[in-house]
Design a protein around this ligand. Sequence first.
Ligand code: MN
Length: 731
Amino acid sequence: MEIRKIDSFDELLQEVKTYIVKEENIKIIRDAFEFADKMHKNQFRKSGEPYIVHILQVGFILAQLKTGPKTIAAGLLHDVIEDCDISKDEFVALFGEEIYTLVESVTKIGNLKFTDEKEYQANNHRKIMIAMAKDIRVILIKLVDRLHNMRTLQFMSIEKQKKISEETLGVYAPIAHRLGISEIKNELEDLSFYYLKKEQYYEIAKLVEMKKTERDSQVNSMINEISQLLSANNIQFRIFGRSKHLYSIYKKMTTKQKRFEEILDLLAIRIITKNDSACYEILGHIHAKYLPIPGRFKDYIAVPKVNLYRSLHTTIMNLGNIFEVQIRTEEMDMIAEKGIAAHWRYKENSGSKEVDQKQIEDQLAWFKEFSSMVGEVHDNALDYMNLMTNDIFEANVYVMSPKGKIVALSNGATPIDFAYRIHTEIGHKMVGATINGAICSINTPLKTGDVVEIKTSNNSNGPSEDWLKIVKTTNAKNKIRAYFQKIDNERKSLDVKKGEEMLKDEMIKRNIDVQQFFDTKKLEAIASSLGVSSYIDLMHVIANKTVSIINVLEKLTKQKVSVNKEDILKVYNRLENKKTSKTNARGIIVPGIDSVKITLSSCCSPIPSDEIVGYISKGMGIKVHRKDCSNIKNETTRLIPLQWDDEVNNQEFDVRLKIIANDRNHLLTDIVNTISQNKSSLAYVESKVNNEKLQVMIKLQVIVRGQEQLANLLSNLKKISSVKEVTRILN
Ligand code: MN
């Protein structure tokens, strides 16, 4: 876009009249200017210029973009609400509701303040998006306002220059890119680049300047060759060289790690012609004469980019030079430069040119999709920023639905990402996909041009948690997480209800006053003493019977709750039927219970395959005894049958043994050797000699792995000469 500063409204009008003809439309613009001029009287910019200069310039750039009359009027009035004293009613009476809403939205965006905090910034950007998403004309006005502010940024403090440039590069330039307004995008990028990295800016500018003459002559001779070729074939065309803007060179050098020479070696030429078929014809002639570089040809005429961009791209070699060639029609060129603005004017200025409204709407599909995504994410501003950068600004893979809807996705995106982009429910009910008609796995990375069809089923089990590792877009990730969160919440709230009911029923059954004792605060404390993290989780374990209600009641009432045999039996039968059991640290299964502390009693030191029972101790947890332990002989009410886990054989257990033998030399050595040959280990030994009987009693503590090893050890110990008796000490 030609950068020109205008000094009068007449100059603006001249530009407007090149494409707006109706007198009533010109009047809207004139009225808006005269009103703005009056309102901004005696106001000045930081540059010292009258404020109306900024206003005129914004109007002029909007006219250069060929936007409609109401957009230009709103542009001229864009600072009136904020900076001048005017009520809504007055404004609406003068210019109508539509222009008022446009100006109000632009004003709201302007009111957002800068801050250093990352999250706040993200929030800021999000508000900008939401405000702009309501009407695309708001974006155009805001972009143009920002462009002129960037052009006059030298009057701001250095700190403000940096902040505004950062925001421009992070938010406004990508929006301009997405809307296809490359004229504005390139200028915003170069201006931000200048203020953010002056050193690099000057360095690249200098390099470009140094190479200019050489490059110009190479491009010019190529232009001559191609011109002759096309003229000889009677093709209408116009051809010119084009230069890359500085920031794009810088970005290529840093992100693709290329040397300046490599980037600058790419010489760029654009050919404009009359229609689609002429584009392909020109391409044919060029490929016939010059060597095209494989893999570099792109047909954006057949498959336009989401930002409406259409063109043919090819890269050819000639005499050691590499040329990037773009071939397109006038209309395509206008869309490439002015993007959505080029379409938008038809809508407002209808009558000046025939418009296929449907076509514009279809091509604006990206914008609609973007608006809906902006509406969907509510929770976290940073998430939102990720979504913007990942899914929108960096979306470079263009795929199609069977109906021809084009969707832009980030690199590496899969059919799952595609499904969630089309519709949340399609994602949730997805059971498979095809790419270009062939069945594919749902984690296949998609490529530009792929036609993707999603297979859904009402019987699908919903998304799998593995999908979270597969998907690339934040949009899909958020939707899958939300799905699981919802399921989890639903299940938990059902459990809470059920758990509360069970607890209250039990209280009523035991004549415990529910009103007095059912205390949520206390229950919360009990939850943490039982190792569950919250009240909700406590109700969950009660509902799932993985904690003893009696235990909870005792804690709640601080009284011993009598447990009758029937209850125990009930618990036991229920536990027996439960398949899901978790092995406790000591290899004991309390079927169905996994949140209870289990300890082995020291009195009888049970080891695997001993028959065991659990004693529900008063505090908490279960003590494990051998079934024949004398300490629990008289217990009737607090015992729970237990079993060893099958996998327990790899765990070590302490066993105490008593050996009676006739005393002799080296007896102890033989015993220790036997233990070690048995791959058990000795933890403790004590020997007592009974002089009267010439016998010795040796007490051992050994560590064994399971019953089988113990049995072997016992029988080997018995084989030692002079050993009379080997027994296990149980109590
Ligand atoms: Mn402004």
